[in-house]
Design a protein around this ligand. Structure first.
Ligand code: SF4
Length: 367
């Protein structure tokens, strides 16, 4: 069977071609994909354990001028509901995170037109001074690009200044689908796929922790999705080769569209998002197509629910993600997402799925 030959190639750590990826996506039975993805997960990571992180997602501002059609989180600068979090609120949130054993904050926000580089530097400097034990993974590539535009400076200069102030990692948000054919339709004012990758490459060069993300369900086809994997895999090879640093992990989730302008306006809203089977197929293909360059793949409990996240552990995922403590972006796009999970519950879910839970740091070192 043709698909089995392709899967065997991946299991033996040989890179698949673009056409082979598309063929698997369109033709291979889900069961065969699951078996191969699970085998690669067993070969690449500790087969007995599943890792998780205790952290908090903080959205420092919801002000944004980019108007992505799939976003229900942002507010225009003049909107009554627009906010920028004060230091008092940030302090409260971080103290709560530390109290439950948290090791990181993942801080992202909209593209604020008035917050300048000095504001970000002051914020990071304060955070590092007040909470030296907390890792600061902040600002996705599109937020970095926004600061570049405001300051008329290149991304390396901006990132160096932020690192100097305490930045340790760049979250992988804003990748959605890196194929510009799709980006043009759903987020025409956001950075291109190549700019997202360019900023990530600079982050790798500067030794920051980064992750890669993917959102499926904009009405794209298998070629668009394999193109996303292909762009990530090429970047990963390049970054590992040049800087010995690359994406630490990959995570995908289906578009949550119910409450977004895209979901409300689309006459084909039935075609948006992804079913459980589609999510698991995409996850398995991620493990197969990104092999051998990506080690860690996360399950997405906030969008898929706890039961599917448990199933995902046999489709190539080796990590249950993080506790988050709060989630404000994806959850505002739908009434069906989960916002946070307690550490005991994460451990229980991992145990129930047949693995030993292990707490990790951002760089996947085990505590
Ligand atoms: S997804 Fe991000 S960039 Fe797009 S509108 Fe929402 S906050 Fe702004």
């Amino acid at each position: 069977m043709k698909y089995q030959n392709i899967l065997n190639k991946a299991i033996n750590d040989q890179e698949l071609t673009f056409d082979e990826g598309v063929f698997l996506y369109e033709e291979a039975p889900l069961e065969a994909l699951q078996k191969a993805a699970n085998q690669i997960r067993i070969n690449k990571t500790n087969p007995k354990t599943v890792s998780y992180l205790i952290d908090r997602n903080i959205n420092y501002t919801n002000v944004c001028i980019t108007n992505c059609k799939f976003c229900n989180f942002y507010r225009t600068p003049q909107h009554d509901g627009a906010y920028v979090l004060s230091k008092e609120i940030l302090r409260e949130k971080i103290e709560e995170t530390i109290a439950v054993g948290g090791t990181r904050i993942l801080m992202q926000g909209g593209h604020h037109p008035d917050l300048r580089l000095d504001w970000y530097i002051e914020l990071l400097t304060w955070l590092k001074k007040e909470f030296p034990s907390i890792e600061l993974d902040c600002f996705s590539p599109s937020e970095i690009d926004n600061i570049c535009l405001l300051e008329n400076k290149d991304a390396e200069t901006i990132l160096k200044a932020l690192i100097e102030a305490g930045l340790q990692g760049l979250p992988g948000g804003g990748a959605e689908l890196l194929d510009d054919e799709i980006r043009q339709k759903v987020s025409p004012k956001k950075i291109s796929g190549s700019r997202w990758l360019e900023i990530m490459e600079i982050a790798h060069k500067l030794n920051l922790h980064t992750s890669a993300s993917m959102v499926i369900g904009f009405g794209e086809n298998a070629k668009n999705r394999i193109k996303h994997f292909d762009l990530l895999r090429n970047q990963q090879k390049k970054s590992l080769n040049k800087y010995n640093n690359g994406f630490i992990a990959f995570i995908a989730w289906p578009l949550q569209h119910e409450l977004t302008p895209l979901g409300k306006q689309s006459q084909n809203s039935g075609k948006l998002g992804a079913t459980k089977e589609e999510y698991l197929r995409n996850l398995a293909i991620a493990r197969i197509y990104l092999n051998p360059y990506f080690e860690n793949i996360q399950a997405s409990w906030p969008t898929m629910g706890f039961k599917v996240a448990q199933e995902a552990l046999s489709y190539g995922a080796n990590d249950f993600g993080s506790t988050m403590l709060e989630e404000n972006v994806v959850s505002q796009a739908s009434t069906k997402t989960h916002k946070f999970i307690l550490v005991d519950d994460i451990c229980k879910l991992i145990n129930e799925a047949g693995y030993k839970p292990v707490q990790r740091l951002t760089d996947y070192s085990i505590l």
